[in-house]
Design a protein around this ligand. Structure first.
Ligand code: HEC
Ligand code: HEC
Ligand code: HEC
Ligand code: HEC
Length: 471
């Protein structure tokens, strides 16, 4: 990809940078990114761009090796994840991981960053335990989150860039010393300009609510008051905090994902907004399914002020570029990180775009009802739910006349009023997923069931669900 192409797709960091850009040398460039008259433009600063380009250069791939030979699982003693790889590939991946994560560690071989050199099978170093989960996480991203990472995929390098601790991670913030109730009252985490929100005076923890918890991000009402919208100004400020982080991490303006005529409307939004929607859910699920469970494994000096583990946000992978490494795929040289063995028939999905297979299977299948399940207390669509939503969207595209109605349910455990809110948010989450996947909003009808409490006792997982019916 040429630098001019990269330049034309990139933009300056923040709204603040845009406002200040008149004073900067060399002068910023403006590139139109929407239809004429919509004012959808990307502003980029050549000086900032040089830095981002340097940070996103791709290291050369290791030479391929013969995938045959005895399996690592048979040759070695303590291989729990990579047992299917041939010994040659296994060793090649160990060398690549060393280059990606710990090239500068240790005087001799950097293998000792994860290994006890006296016994490579030993699991006494926490870094090895973490690395094992990281291999699983990387595979999960490449296999189950194609809606975000496409076939470009990720490797350890996408986040680590030759460092044991990725440059951009987040922790739950300790309260600032001056952020106490005083003469000015509770500052509600704001008015303390922080880099997490690109130095705006917005709430400075835009991550906890959205990339760990699944608080609703959409705050704009679609009905006239007094009905409908209950979101507060404070909630909107948190949403803006997240949006500042997203823009900053990708080096883009708000108009990369929104037509600012209406921030809420999906119809006018560029397709990148749907990619971003999946990105939010992917980061959340990585944090909850892989990072949080490692809390006890990490030593204290790697944890945040409140004892939580370092977590992932958009900047962890993107590092200022609209696509990490400007869209270069390092994963293609490491099909073993796609969760499948290279050379086997099962490797095919890595090379075939998901879009090329799903429409054909959808046209042949007629539409039926579907169910999306949720975790306790959560309205977040997880990876399995995302698949159901993706299949539904494909089926709706193949059946342009069809509409669906969506109803949310909750279990019998807990507080009824809160649960009803939860059931509603579950329905919203599935609706938003369909709309983000390109389904017109008027084909998705929310239908409040007579009783949101599923007719199943206790904490039965089948109760926490959204039913989708074809109309
Ligand atoms: C970033 C951490 C990391 C680095 C660096 C690393 N390894 Fe590993 N290594 C692992 C993990 C994790 C496993 C276990 C994989 C599994 O369970 O599938 C492993 C397993 C092994 C095993 C199998 C041992 C056994 O008998 O069970 C060998 C051999 C090995 N590594 C060699 C190396 C060599 C040689 C290097 C340096 C070139 C290296 N590793 C660098 C993480 C690492
Ligand atoms: C999506 C981003 C991401 C990817 C991909 C990723 N990691 Fe990590 N990794 C992290 C984060 C975040 C941490 C926590 C940082 C810390 O150690 O405090 C971490 C920590 C680690 C650590 C512990 C380092 C230390 O000194 O504490 C090791 C080892 C590691 N990763 C290995 C790997 C390997 C090997 C791969 C590829 C198979 C990989 N990671 C892929 C984000 C990622
Ligand atoms: C990389 C894409 C991307 C960028 C850049 C971006 N947004 Fe968003 N925005 C989204 C997505 C996706 C959602 C919906 C999130 C969801 O539903 O989970 C959203 C939602 C919103 C909402 C809530 C809409 C509603 O329905 O209530 C507002 C307001 C908003 N963005 C403002 C902004 C502003 C202001 C900026 C620039 C500082 C910005 N966005 C930059 C992707 C983006
Ligand atoms: C695990 C690494 C990773 C994380 C975390 C991540 N992304 Fe991405 N993102 C990617 C990769 C890889 C691509 C390139 C996919 C492709 O080639 O189409 C991408 C592509 C995108 C695109 C499409 C750009 C375009 O021009 O087509 C958007 C928008 C985006 N990401 C937004 C986000 C947002 C917002 C977040 C945080 C909520 C996020 N990403 C978190 C890896 C990541």
């Amino acid at each position: 990809m040429s630098r001019a192409r990269i330049a034309s797709t990139l933009v300056a960091a923040t709204v603040a940078a845009v406002l200040l850009s008149g004073c900067e040398r060399p002068p910023p460039d403006v590139v139109q990114s929407g239809f004429r008259g919509t004012g959808m433009e990307q502003v980029y600063n050549p000086r900032r761009l040089e830095k981002v380009i340097a940070a996103n250069e791709v290291p050369p791939a290791l030479d391929p090796v013969d995938p045959g030979g005895p399996k690592a699982g048979q040759v070695y003693q303590n291989v729990k994840v990579l047992g299917d790889l041939g010994v040659g590939e296994f060793t090649r991946l160990m060398v690549a991981m060393t280059n990606w994560v710990a090239p500068k560690e240790g005087p001799e071989a950097a293998c000792v960053y994860c290994h006890n050199p006296a016994n490579l099978a030993d699991d006494s170093k926490y870094t090895k335990i973490v690395a094992r989960s990281m291999i699983q996480m990387t595979r999960k991203i490449n296999v189950d989150w194609k809606a975000h990472v496409a076939n470009t995929g990720v490797t350890c390098y996408t986040c680590h860039r030759g460092q044991p601790v990725p440059q951009n991670v987040w922790f739950k913030p300790a309260p600032l010393t001056h952020d106490v109730k005083g003469m000015l009252g509770d500052k509600a985490l704001q008015n303390s300009p922080a880099t997490s929100v690109a130095l705006a005076s917005l709430p400075y923890d835009p991550f906890g609510p959205y990339l760990s918890d699944a608080k609703p991000i959409r705050v704009i009402g679609d009905q006239a008051l007094p009905n409908g919208n209950r979101a507060s100004t404070k909630q909107a400020e948190f949403t803006y905090g997240l949006m500042m982080h997203m823009s900053d991490s990708l080096g883009v303006n708000c108009t990369y994902c929104h037509n600012t005529r209406s921030m809420a409307e999906w119809n006018g939004s560029p397709p990148q907004r749907a990619t971003a929607w999946y990105g939010i859910r992917m980061a959340r699920s990585m944090n909850n399914e892989y990072m949080e469970p490692l809390t006890a494994t990490f030593p204290a000096h790697r944890k945040g002020p409140l004892g939580d583990v370092a977590k992932i946000n958009c900047a962890t992978c993107h590092q200022g570029a609209y696509k990490p490494l400007f869209g270069a795929s390092m994963a293609k040289d490491h099909p073993e990180l796609g969760g499948v063995k290279p050379g086997s028939a099962a490797a095919a999905p890595v090379a075939v775009p998901a879009a090329a297979t799903s429409p054909t299977s959808a046209t042949t299948s007629s539409m039926g009802p579907a169910t999306v399940f949720f975790a306790v207390g959560s309205s977040a669509v997880d990876a399995d739910g995302g698949k159901v939503v993706g299949d539904l969207a494909a089926a709706l595209k193949a059946n342009p006349g069809a509409k669906v109605s969506i109803s949310g349910f909750h279990s019998a455990a807990g507080n009824l009023a809160q649960n009803q809110e939860l059931a509603k948010n579950r329905a919203f989450a599935v609706r938003d997923g369909l709309i983000a996947a390109g389904i017109a909003a008027d084909r998705v009808v929310l239908e409040k069931p007579m009783q949101t409490e599923a007719n199943i006792s206790g904490e039965d997982p089948r109760a926490r669900r959204v039913d989708v019916a074809v109309r």
